[in-house]
Write a protein that binds this ligand. Structure first.
Ligand code: HEM
Length: 411
């Protein structure tokens, strides 16, 4: 049987292609072993599953990011494509979808405002907020961890960092989810494109009001920094500024929510590692890297071939989509000893959860800080964490991976 057809008969593979996989790791293993550069109808692209291939592809200038949203949205019916043109134009401002030289210019500007000092300055706020969230939960003796902690903490932190009023966080959390849902179905769905466009419009308006305020009255927040940031006379345009802020709000909290939820679930599944971390809290930074590797928040990133090329013997044609499965690369036994085991002391740990190359995650230091502080507070405050409902359901999304809910007993 041809290899593509053999995979199509595998229900785990079908679930992977439409974002409904509760456990993608068995099918990743099969792909890595049997067809590491695999053409997938479901993703309309080649799936890369080996660490070495994903690593090289992330750094390959022949595989830029610029065309990826166009290549996704071009699959929508023509009438819908016309209707969602503003959504396309908005996405085109996101740093992650730009190629050099535009990417270089914008990344230089945002890096000037998103400094280590700004990130480190949030440590106290992260600690205080983690305790406050635990205080609220402790009064009832249980917590729905994903919503009440893993989502709430990063949403509050990115709001604080940018300068969004705290009462508006729930609103932008809803918009963010609709925006990221659109790109998580393998092939795009018209109704989700229209919903994402509405959310982007509403969020842009909301951000624009805030940026106007900051122009009139700057404060000590990232928004004011982005409004005034300048490099050799160059500044962010109005359109770029709004796009950047919307992207930071979306990128800055959903991914970290995945890290906190998946990290906690991993500790519950490997209780001896949880005990090790309680006994030796100095392992916390390494543990967070291991959470990122073991169950990566973003399972894939897409690129589009700028020219014909070859990856591990397979020909890719110009314009074809290449799906870099970070989650699969991070479980490759060629790179990681016993990859399916959580080992909080794993060194070295060259995971690819934050990507690599020119698009390497700008928010990595913030995500790391949030996770290190949050897990420290959690383990200190709750000596006996217990999952109340072991039937874990996962979000339907091809890339963003996290359990929908985790009900925990705190006593
Ligand atoms: C655990 C949390 C996070 C994970 C796993 C994550 C993952 C990633 C990945 C894989 C990329 C590269 C995308 C690509 O190569 O196409 C990326 C880029 C990016 N991330 Fe994150 N991220 C996280 C948190 C954050 C946070 C907290 C922020 C901001 C507050 C952020 C902002 C960005 C930005 C601006 C980029 C684009 C960089 C560029 O294109 O030059 N991320 N992230």
């Amino acid at each position: 049987m041809p290899v593509t057809q053999a995979f199509q008969n595998d229900p785990d593979y079908t679930a992977l292609c439409c974002g409904r996989s509760a456990d993608p790791y068995a099918v990743y293993r099969r792909l890595r072993d049997e067809d590491p550069v695999h053409w997938s109808e479901g993703f309309n692209g080649f799936l890369l599953t080996r660490h070495a291939d994903v690593y090289s592809a992330l750094r390959d200038p022949r595989l830029p990011s610029g065309g990826r949203l166009a290549s996704y949205m071009d699959q929508l019916p023509l009438t819908v494509q016309q209707e969602v043109q503003p959504l396309r134009e908005h996405y085109a401002t996101w740093l992650v979808n730009l190629d050099p030289p535009d990417h270089t210019r914008l990344r230089t500007l945002v890096s000037k405002a998103f400094t280590p000092r700004v990130v480190e300055g949030l440590r106290g706020y992260i600690e205080q907020t983690s305790h406050a969230l635990m205080d609220t939960a402790r009064s009832t003796g249980q917590i729905e961890f994903v919503g009440q902690f893993a989502q709430a903490l990063p949403a509050k932190v990115i709001s604080k960092m940018l300068g969004v009023p705290p009462q508006d966080s729930p609103q932008f959390e809803r918009w963010s989810q609709v925006i990221s849902d659109f790109t998580g179905t393998g092939r795009p769905r018209p109704e989700m494109a229209l919903a994402a466009q509405q959310a982007v419009n509403a969020m842009s308006q909301f951000v624009k009001q805030l940026t106007d305020q900051r122009r009139r009255q700057p404060c000590d927040d990232l928004l004011s920094g982005l409004v005034s940031v300048e490099e050799r006379g160059d500044k962010l345009s109005e359109h770029e500024l709004v796009g950047m802020c919307v992207f930071l709000l979306v990128a800055g909290h959903e991914t970290t929510m995945c890290l906190l939820s998946n990290g906690l679930l991993a500790l519950l599944q490997f209780p001896e590692q949880m005990q090790r971390l309680r006994d030796q809290p100095e392992w916390m930074p390494a543990a967070v890297e291991e959470f990122l590797r073991y169950d990566s928040p973003l399972q894939h990133q897409v690129r589009t071939a700028r020219e014909d090329l070859e990856i591990s013997g397979t020909r890719i044609q110009q314009g074809q989509r290449v799906v870099l499965l970070l989650g699969a690369a991070n479980r490759d036994p060629e790179q990681f000893h016993e990859p399916d085991r959580l080992d909080i002391g794993r060194t070295p740990n060259h995971h690819l959860a934050f990507g690599l190359g020119i698009h390497y995650c700008i928010g990595a230091p913030l995500a790391r800080l949030e996770a290190q502080v949050a897990f420290k507070v959690l383990l200190q405050r709750v000596p006996n964490l217990r999952l109340l409902d072991p039937d874990v359901r996962w979000r339907e999304h091809t890339s963003m991976r996290h359990p929908r809910q985790l009900h925990l007993a705190l006593s």
